[in-house]
Design a protein around this ligand. Structure first.
Ligand SMILES: *[C@@H]1O[C@H](CO)[C@@H](O)[C@H](O)[C@H]1NC(C)=O
Length: 282
C-alpha cells in the first residue's frame, strides 16, 4: 500500500467518526435528509449477525417494534421493504421518510441471553417542503425546513448537550438572519422548524437556498432549493423550485476514494500530481 493510500485511509476513518457523530461508546446520532439511504451502525456486533436484533422506537406510539430478530428481517413492519442487514450487522434503510425518525437499538443475544450493552442510534430526519411547487416571479414563497427527532430535541438551545441548530444559508454559505430585509426567517424551536419566506424576483433564476442542520457547529446534512426559471418568455415565466439533498459523509468518502485511486494510478504512470476536486464537490 502506498503512503498516499495510508493517508487516505486515515482520513477516511477520521471523517467517518466525525461525520456520523459518534458521541459515546453506545450512543450515535445520525442525521439524514428525507429520500436518502442510510446505514445505522451496530457498535456492539459479534462475529456474525445471527445474534443481532434491531428494535425501533418512534413517534407513533411508545411501543418497541422489532425490525430484525436474531439476524432475520421481520416481514410485518411498515418499513420492511426498505430495510436490509449489512454484513457488519448495520441496519440499512433506503429512501428515508419522515416516518423513520426515532431511535434504533442494536442488541446481541446468545442462547436467549442478552450479551453486551445495547448500542443505540438516534436517527434525525431533515425534510424541506414548500408552500408552492411551481411559482412565478412576484409571488411569495415559504420554505419549511424541519428536523424530525424522537425524543424531541431543542433546536435553538445553543447550550444543550447536543447543540442542534437549523439555519437557512444563501449560495455563498452566509446565514440568512432576521435582519435581512429580503427574507422573513422564523423558527419554532418546540418543533425544530425554520421557515424562509421571500418574494421571488426575476433575477432569482438559479439562486439557491440551503437548509442546514448543525450539531456542535458542524454541518450534518442539508437540503438545497434551486430556483429554475423555465423558458425566456417574460410574460409567463414560471419558476420551478428544485430540491436537492446533500449528505456529507458518503460524498466525502467517495471523493477520498477517488483521490486515493487516482494518486495510485499517477504514481504508477509517473505523471505529475493533480487532484480534481472541483468535479466532485457540488
Ligand atoms: C421514496 O418514498 C417516497 C414516499 O416517501 C415515494 O414517493 C418515492 O417514490 C420513493 N422513491 C423510491 C425511489 O422508492
Amino acid at each position: 500500500m502506498s503512503d498516499e493510500c495510508r493517508v487516505c485511509l486515515l482520513g477516511l476513518i477520521f471523517l467517518s467518526s466525525l461525520l456520523t457523530g459518534i458521541s459515546g461508546v453506545d450512543e450515535t446520532h445520525v442525521f439524514i435528509s428525507s429520500g436518502e439511504n442510510v446505514s445505522l451502525p451496530c457498535n456492539n456486533a459479534l462475529h456474525d449477525c445471527n445474534s443481532t436484533t434491531w428494535n425501533y422506537n418512534g413517534f407513533i406510539d411508545s411501543a418497541t417494534v422489532e425490525l430484525i430478530g436474531l439476524g432475520i428481517k421481520k416481514k410485518d413492519t411498515e418499513s420492511h421493504e426498505r430495510l436490509s442487514l449489512g454484513s457488519d450487522c448495520s441496519l440499512n434503510i433506503r429512501n428515508i421518510s419522515t416516518e423513520d425518525y426515532g431511535y434504533y437499538t442494536c442488541q446481541q443475544y446468545l442462547n436467549g441471553q442478552r450479551l453486551k450493552a445495547d448500542a443505540r442510534v438516534f436517527l434525525h430526519v431533515l425534510h424541506v417542503s414548500s408552500s408552492q411547487t411551481e411559482i412565478s416571479a412576484g409571488l411569495s414563497v415559504t420554505l419549511f425546513c424541519q428536523l424530525y427527532s424522537y425524543p424531541r430535541v431543542s433546536c435553538d438551545d445553543s447550550v444543550g448537550s447536543e447543540r442542534i441548530q437549523l439555519f437557512w444559508v444563501n449560495q455563498t454559505g452566509v446565514k440568512l438572519t432576521r435582519s435581512d430585509s429580503r427574507y422573513q426567517i422564523s423558527s419554532s424551536s418546540g418543533h425544530c422548524i425554520i421557515t424562509l419566506n421571500t418574494t421571488l424576483l426575476n433575477e432569482d433564476h438559479n439562486r439557491e437556498w440551503r437548509c442546514e442542520v448543525t450539531q456542535r457547529d458542524q454541518v450534518k446534512t442539508s437540503v438545497t432549493y434551486t430556483v429554475k426559471s423555465s423558458g425566456e418568455k417574460t410574460s409567463h415565466q414560471s419558476i420551478l423550485i428544485i430540491l436537492k439533498t446533500a449528505v456529507f459523509a458518503a460524498p466525502t468518502v467517495i471523493l477520498l476514494q477517488i483521490i486515493c485511486a487516482r494518486r495510485a494510478e499517477r504514481k504508477d504512470s509517473q505523471q505529475p500530481e493533480e487532484i480534481e476536486i472541483n468535479t466532485i464537490i457540488e
